[in-house]
Write a protein that binds this ligand. Structure first.
Ligand SMILES: C[S@@+](CC[C@H](N)C(=O)[O-])C[C@H]1O[C@@H](n2cnc3c(N)ncnc32)[C@H](O)[C@@H]1O
Length: 391
């Protein structure tokens, strides 16, 4: 046992969630943190993302670029229109995953409709959404655009080579369940910190060496090592002389799996993610000794990951190296990995006319622009990875 944590249950739903996690641990033994996170965030009845939709924005727990205002959607629309134009195809797909309540989709579709009717008429906007509740909310918020929108449940539902256009996600992959690993300097091996229960409290439990087959609660996104595991181990072994005992890595095999599937679906166009994340080299830097996992509750950040399950968001930085490798293995070419500020300034430089038509940068948009590009806002911490196929 390592470290205990206070589990304040602050609602009936949290109490129910706490109880069902406790029962799973009681019947199976300690579960991986990835499994804990899957239940805490995505349990179909009690999960953080299932029970409400107001987590994002001023009255929620955290901000995203989407919640800053419609400018972010207008900027993406400008970039996407420029890309679609170059594809010169009879029809285009924009595929969004992690669409939450559909705000970004509405902002993009409103912009294309107002500014580029020619492209808009050829557009199919596909939302990948496993949750029936979120699909219903999206349908409501996209009432004006239903002629252009369709849904599918999982990335696997997109046929191989079926997408001509852009597959994209904003702050999706940081919310995928991850494993909490700890480096044992003596054994030169990763150990997994799982979750046990002690007198009704969730506590960290050493589950032994990671990389074997003893995982519990294995579902696709939460099961053991992915294709990037080999590279992670190679990096750790290369640094073994200097990697301190107890160095943490928040390892998310689901992110690279998702990226690989998205890459497979892309016939021609771009695969993009906008998220906070690091290269593998950066993830292994000494000041990341405690990993990057964080919890967000009412705009305060903490590392009490086991407390208040279902009430807080849980997240970790994305490993961009793993995504780059997964995409390139599927034949994609890495176009760029740049910070959000640079990405936005490039759009303004190259596709600014569309924005002028759409919004003439109202005062509200100018304020939003500062938040989106300022280094102390979202401009530096967020990065854009884009990989392309077919030019
Ligand atoms: C941090 S929020 C970001 C929401 C939105 N993209 C934004 O930027 O405001 C992450 C969203 O991804 C969704 N999500 C997580 N895993 C998903 C998956 N496998 N498929 C689709 N959506 C998922 C969550 O339900 C949540 O709505």
């Amino acid at each position: 046992m390592q470290k205990g944590s206070e589990n304040q249950t602050v609602s009936d739903e949290s109490a129910a969630l706490h109880e069902l996690i406790r029962r799973e641990i009681e019947s199976q033994g300690p579960i991986t943190f990835a499994r804990f996170m899957e239940l805490a965030l995505y349990h179909p009845d009690h999960g953080y993302y299932e029970r409400r939709l107001d987590q994002i924005g001023q009255r929620g727990d955290y901000y995203t670029s989407v919640s800053v205002g419609s400018l972010f959607g207008k900027l993406l629309a400008a970039d996407f229109c420029a890309r679609l134009e170059k594809l010169n195809s009879a029809g285009f797909d924009l595929v969004e995953c992690g669409a939450h309540d559909g705000t970004l989709a509405a902002d993009i579709l409103t912009t294309t409709k107002n500014a580029r009717q020619d492209l808009h008429a050829k557009l199919q906007y596909v939302i990948i959404e496993p949750s029936p509740r979120r699909r219903a909310a999206q349908r409501k918020n996209l009432a004006e655009h239903l002629d252009r929108v369709s849904w599918c449940e999982a990335i696997d539902d997109l046929g191989k080579g079926s997408v001509h256009g852009v597959v994209f996600a904003n702050e999706l992959l940081d919310s995928f369940p991850f494993h909490r690993l700890r480096w044992s300097r003596q054994q030169r091996q990763w150990h997994e910190d799982g979750v046990g229960c002690d007198g009704g409290r969730f506590v960290w439990v050493d589950m032994g060496g990671f990389g074997g087959t003893q995982r519990t609660g294995a579902a696709d996104e939460t099961s053991g090592p992915g294709s990037d595991w080999h590279a992670v181990c190679a990096t750790a072994q290369a640094l073994a002389e200097v990697l301190p005992d107890g160095f943490r890595l928040d390892y998310c095999p689901g992110a690279a799996r998702w990226w690989r599937k998205a890459a497979t679906a892309l016939a021609k166009g771009a695969l993009m993610t906008i998220d906070y994340g690091l290269t593998r080299e950066e993830l292994f830097s000494p000041h990341r000794h405690d990993g990057t996992a964080r919890a967000y509750y009412r705009h305060a950040v903490d590392d009490e990951l086991l407390a208040m399950a279902g009430e807080k968001d849980i997240t970790a930085h994305v490993d961009f190296s793993a995504l780059i490798e997964a995409g390139e293995a599927q034949g994609l070419i890495t176009e760029c990995m740049i910070d959000q500020a640079t990405y936005i300034m490039r759009i303004l430089q190259h596709s600014g006319e569309l924005l002028d038509t759409a919004s003439a940068l109202a005062q509200q948009d100018r304020t939003a622009l500062v938040t989106l590009v300022h280094p102390s806002g979202l401009g530096r911490a967020f990065r854009v990875l884009s990989q392309v196929r077919g030019g």
